[in-house]
Write a protein that binds this ligand. Structure first.
Ligand SMILES: [Zn+2]
Ligand SMILES: [Zn+2]
Length: 328
């Protein structure tokens, strides 16, 4: 095509008004599309934990009938010497081992990432957890590292986290005994030892094996299946394993969290005699996130129990209510 014919093709048709109208609507479309891309991008980075725009109220989820009373009864049982796992909600658990009380991955304020809310409220608000000896944080996602909630907790607790950035933020909230553990590093707390173990997630993550005497619990955080599960099994053979099950996936990205079936594979590898599903009591309260940007497996805790019943019927699988104690 000659330069002249290109110019002819570009020339305005007779009558300027339709051309102007077309240009405006095209600009409107471009602006709208750009706004959509920016909004989607913000939502995406939000879901990846890059920023947080949570509202004020804690635990948007529906309160579970009798949760507070159940939690109080569980605490009394642990004070009387029972070892076990008290389920608070989602990935938040109180481990009672060796006379110590260790809280895993605190999350109370909704919505995490501005998009994820509890569908069942945690058993108690953070200020009512009572005395804590340690708080263990596997990774820097808002549904696991709720610093605002930690600010309302027992500041005498030792805080063990995955990254120096999390450690700095915990210190800024007034915690004075804060440790960063790399995989396979260990920290002693009285009669209890806490060992960090590898995890595999969309950001850097560790898991924890907590041991006291002849009892041990593996808390897996948000991991998907990974080869080091075999090493964890070989080294610790944990009595109990708390495994994430909701199969969180961001659209267009690989799986971030085990599905119920994956957790069944993990349970087989670990060889634990007791398994507890976690990370499956939240929903995408932001409809854009829930419909377009991320997905989870429905009824994941129940599905995990079904998988375990079918694949490993000899392993106890407990699906606790908020506040319930699973004894070790
Ligand atoms: Zn996560
Ligand atoms: Zn999570």
């Amino acid at each position: 095509m000659s330069d002249e014919s290109i110019d002819r093709a570009r020339a305005a048709p007779p009558g300027a008004a339709p051309q102007e109208k077309r240009r405006l609507s095209r600009r409107g479309f471009v602006v709208g599309a750009a706004a959509g891309v920016v909004a989607g991008g913000l939502e995406w980075t939000s879901l990846r934990g890059r920023f947080d725009h949570r509202r004020e109220p804690a635990g948007d989820g529906v309160a579970h009938a009798g949760a507070k009373e159940r939690f109080a009864a569980s605490l009394r049982a642990t004070e009387a010497g029972a070892s076990g796992v008290v389920h608070v909600g989602h990935s938040t658990h109180l481990l009672a081992l060796g006379g110590m009380r260790l809280l895993t991955d605190p999350w109370f304020y909704d919505p995490a990432f501005g998009a994820l809310s509890h569908d069942v409220a945690p058993a108690v608000p953070p200020s009512e957890l009572g005395p804590l000896d340690a708080i263990l944080v596997t990774h820097d996602h808002a549904d696991h590292a709720d610093l605002r909630a930690m600010d309302e907790m027992d500041k005498r607790a030792t805080v063990i986290v995955a990254t120096s950035d999390l450690a700095a933020r915990a210190r800024a909230r007034g915690f004075t005994d804060v440790s960063v553990l790399a995989p396979w590093e260990e920290r002693a707390l009285g009669a209890v030892s806490v060992t960090a173990v590898p995890g595999l997630h969309d950001i850097y993550e560790i898991g924890f094996v907590v041991r006291a005497g002849d009892k041990s619990v593996y808390f897996a955080g948000d991991t998907r299946l990974h080869p080091d599960l075999a090493a964890i099994a070989e080294r610790f053979r944990p009595d109990a394993a708390i495994l994430p099950v909701d199969g969180t996936r961001l659209t267009g990205a690989p799986l971030h969290v085990m599905t119920p079936e994956d957790a069944g594979v993990a349970a087989r590898t670990l060889g634990s005699r007791l398994v507890i599903p976690s990370h499956a009591e939240a929903y995408f309260s932001d409809p854009v996130a829930g419909h377009l940007l991320a997905s989870t497996v429905p009824r994941a805790r129940q599905r995990f129990a079904e998988v375990m019943q079918k694949e490993l019927p000899g392993v106890a699988c407990r699906v606790p209510e908020p506040g319930e104690l699973v004894a070790l």
